[in-house]
Write a protein that binds this ligand. Structure first.
Ligand code: CA
Length: 259
């Protein structure tokens, strides 16, 4: 039996449908403590998700790799991975690292025991998207899963978009290119990400903290002055008159908005 066929049989026995178009998101759980594993699986099945629960890292890597290399429709694609840190054979951190090295972009929610904050930080650095410390409630877990799935389903739409236009600014997300009043402007990666965020949310006010988190990441140690400096640079490159900006507007007491 091939790897894919083996895991397919495993999924059928767990009631995972073979990727019909309207299938519910498919969540893979990797947790060695049977009680936690089964509790999570039941809670997610109750919510209507398709679930496969595994107990060690080696099995998980097998399933993940089989699902990535499988032909279209052969196996359901994994929409979300719930990964415990301490696992037999291959632990959660190594698994996360291996999967990101393979180029897998599936969202990962890490589960950690108390007192493993360092592992959590490492986990987030090597590509986990969120974490929950044990013990946690099932409602909290489900809320996190929903949010990760929502975020992941939004991304492809943004990636498919070839150009975002706002007044005289055209931003090409896939080419990292910006044209203002028919001329190309050179933006640094942070300036580009900042402008992309604004252009995806015209007229929405962002606070400095929100911009820090969205553009620089939650682990960034700098302060909100960083945001002001980048806004100033962006204005110098975009605005006709940077001292009287028409695009990126300061909203006193709140932050900034586009338009
Ligand atoms: Ca464990």
């Amino acid at each position: 039996m091939s790897e894919a066929a083996k895991f397919n049989a495993m999924m059928r026995s767990s009631g995972v449908a073979n990727s019909p178009e309207d299938a519910q998101p498919f969540i893979l759980i990797v947790e060695d403590e049977a009680l936690i594993r089964e509790t999570i699986a039941m809670a997610l099945v109750d919510e209507g998700y398709q679930v496969l629960a595994l107990e060690d890292g080696r099995q998980a890597l097998g399933v993940v790799r089989a699902s990535q290399s499988s032909e279209e429709g052969e196996m359901p694609a994994i929409d979300l991975l719930i990964l415990d840190l301490m696992l037999p054979y291959i632990n959660g951190l190594d698994l996360c690292r291996l999967m990101r090295q393979d180029g897998m972009t599936t969202p990962i929610l890490m589960l950690s025991a108390k007192g493993t904050e360092t592992d959590v930080v490492v986990g987030l650095e090597i590509g986990a998207d969120d974490y929950l410390a044990k013990p946690f409630g099932m409602r909290e877990l489900i809320a996190r899963c929903r949010s990760l799935l929502r975020r992941a389903s939004r991304q492809p739409q943004l990636q498919e978009q070839l150009v975002i236009q706002f007044q005289d600014i055209a931003l090409y997300p896939q080419e990292c290119r910006v044209i203002v009043r028919d001329g190309a402007v050179n933006l640094s990666p942070k300036e580009f990400t900042l402008l992309e965020l604004f252009m995806n949310n015209p007229r929405r006010v962002f606070s400095r903290d929100q911009l820090l988190e969205r553009v620089w990441g939650i682990d960034f140690m700098g302060d909100s002055k960083t945001v002001d400096v980048h806004i100033r640079w962006l204005r110098e490159k975009l605005e006709v008159d940077p001292s009287s900006p028409q695009y990126i507007i300061t909203v006193r007491g709140f932050g900034y908005r586009l338009g």
